[in-house]
Design a protein. Structure first.
Length: 308
């Protein structure tokens, strides 16, 4: 290789290295003052007597995430949020070099636990990591308005705490109602994940009322979590069918929710090339509610895509 070619090659490599360093530094600057660890955020929140502001984001691909950062999170007005909250970023970029393997695993676990359906998703949580407010997307608000709204959400935490205090002095069904008031500030499935002790008390105190509501939610959570585990095991079709029948019998999911969970999981398996397992899930979905809109579509799907 000529000296010129060697020099050009070295310059190209150096440019790539500097570019990657520049991107990493830019990313760090973008999140200056933010932690990337949920456990560290909880420790800091407890130490400083603050709550936690969590942002689930796709920093290098999600347009509303980028807009939120440009218009709000990078503005001077946002700095006042640090008076109330420890800042935690949970990033799921396409360029995985922007996050560590531990961060990738943390995102996977927490996005499931918090029931994240899209980004950006903002959660406010107490020092124990228990959420008390959620908002999704970005509507184009100016930084001052967005910040004022998010700081005002501390009132939600105050109301939750007041309901918990009321529960401490109550008994029986009244205690169950107060606990329900406290944890109803978040999605029911999120409540099961983060307020399990309160859910268990409600089940015990008001089994025939609010208890049945939470028992159904817990069964739905178990159904979806176990369904994910089963489909990840790559079982043969007969074994998967048997396991699904047992799971449905145990958890008795509501027809609509159970059917959609099976249908969506079937689509993923089909896309991954696992047609036998996808077919098993479609058949199970149809069995749950044959007369629903989805249930009536499944025979045609089977005919068009599963002839062999």
């Amino acid at each position: 290789m000529s000296l010129i070619n060697k020099t050009l090659t070295m310059l190209a490599v150096a440019t790539l290295v500097l570019s990657s360093i520049s991107n990493a530094v830019a990313d760090d600057d973008h999140y200056k003052g933010w932690t990337r660890s949920f456990e560290e955020a909880k420790e800091l929140a407890a130490k400083e007597g603050k709550s936690i502001l969590m942002e689930f984001t796709g920093s290098d691909w999600c347009p509303p995430c980028k807009a939120l950062h440009k218009n709000v999170l990078s503005q001077d007005a946002f700095q006042t949020v640090k008076e109330d909250y420890i800042l935690l970023v949970l990033d799921n970029p396409r360029d995985k070099s922007l996050v560590t393997p531990a961060e990738q695993e943390q995102y996977k676990q927490l996005s499931g636990k918090f029931q994240v359906q899209g980004v950006p998703s903002i959660f406010l949580a107490d020092a124990k990591g228990r959420p008390f407010h959620f908002q999704s997307g970005y509507g184009g608000q100016k930084a001052e308005q967005w910040v004022a709204d998010i700081r005002a959400k501390k009132e939600t935490l105050d109301k939750r705490n007041a309901a918990f205090e009321k529960a401490e002095s109550a008994t029986g069904v009244e205690k169950a109602k107060a606990l329900d008031e406290a944890i109803s500030i978040v999605d029911a499935k999120v409540a099961v994940a983060f307020y399990g002790d309160s859910v268990d008390q409600i089940l015990e105190l008001d089994a025939d009322g609010l208890g049945e509501k939470y028992a159904a939610i817990k069964r739905a959570v178990e159904f979806e979590e176990t369904l994910g585990t089963l489909t990840a095991k790559k079982l043969d079709a007969d074994k998967l069918s048997s396991e699904l029948d047992a799971l449905i019998e145990k958890t008795k999911p509501a027809a609509e929710q159970g059917q959609m969970a099976l249908f969506m999981r079937s689509q993923r398996l089909f896309g991954a090339g696992n047609k036998p397992a996808a077919k098993v899930l479609l058949l199970a979905a149809q069995k749950l509610d044959p007369e629903s809109r989805v249930g009536q579509q499944i025979p045609q799907i089977l005919e068009n895509f599963f002839k062999d």
